[in-house]
Ligand binder design. Structure first.
Ligand SMILES: [Zn+2]
Length: 232
């Protein structure tokens, strides 16, 4: 998480995406990024969400309501008329929303959003599928993180936790991340264009495997990850 904040600190106002499925803790990440960026830059923030998962006094939150005509794309268009500095779009799941989000980024807004993809690189391909051209992706996308919540081994016992373990504040779960940015992101975009070769960056798979090998993460988390990936 720290590296994500450091990254945000340096970035110009463009796009950042958090990928992966529900239950990965991405809403928490998105809100942390929102709080951090609004605080850091003292900027206006408007969010567009379906549903609003966490009430937040510091930002203006808009609820998607398809029946009332407030779809992601319609809501995003309306929000842009207020010219906020930072826009959080709960999820980019169609071509129109993707195109408006990219246009917003091109005109100087920081857009934070999520997409449903297998890994961080998947966001590049998904945006291309939504009809965003590679040059626009190159100009707007500054970072993609993929994340997952994993079960941790108890550091104090063999698994049958006693009140002692909880007394010592054991954590049951933690988020693991892969961050695609900078040179690795550029290489990813090149690869998606069919120009590049292998992209080197630390993937979720590597993080999970290493965590298991070092005994921090439960063994079963790897097969659970493989299984969930097959469903995306
Ligand atoms: Zn324990």
């Amino acid at each position: 998480m720290e590296c994500v904040f450091q990254f945000i600190n340096k970035l110009k106002f463009r796009c950042i995406y958090v990928t992966l499925s529900t239950g990965s803790g991405k809403t928490t990440t998105l809100y942390s990024l929102l709080n951090e960026t609004s605080h850091m830059f003292h900027r206006n923030v408007i969010t567009l969400e379906d549903p609003i998962e966490k009430e937040n006094d510091l930002v203006l939150q808009v609820q998607v309501n398809e029946k009332a005509g407030v779809s992601y794309s319609a809501g995003l268009k309306a929000i842009l008329r207020h010219d906020p500095d930072i826009i959080m779009v709960g999820e980019i799941r169609d071509a129109e929303t993707a195109k408006i989000a990219v246009r917003a980024a091109l005109t100087g807004h920081l857009v934070l959003s999520t997409m449903h993809t297998r890994d961080a690189q998947g966001a590049v391909y998904r945006l291309a599928e939504f009809g965003v051209n590679m040059m626009e992706i190159e100009q707007t996308l500054v970072a993609v993180t993929a994340q997952r919540l994993v079960e941790l081994n108890c550091p104090y016992c063999e698994g049958e936790c006693s009140p002692f373990c909880y007394g010592y504040g054991r954590w049951k779960r933690a988020s693991v991340f892969e961050l695609l940015a900078g040179r690795a992101l550029n290489a990813s975009i090149k690869k998606a264009r069919g120009e590049g070769s292998l992209v080197k960056y630390r993937t979720l798979k590597e993080v999970i495997t290493k965590g298991i090998a070092l005994g921090y993460i439960k063994d079963t988390e790897y097969s659970r990850w493989v299984q969930d990936n097959a469903e995306i």
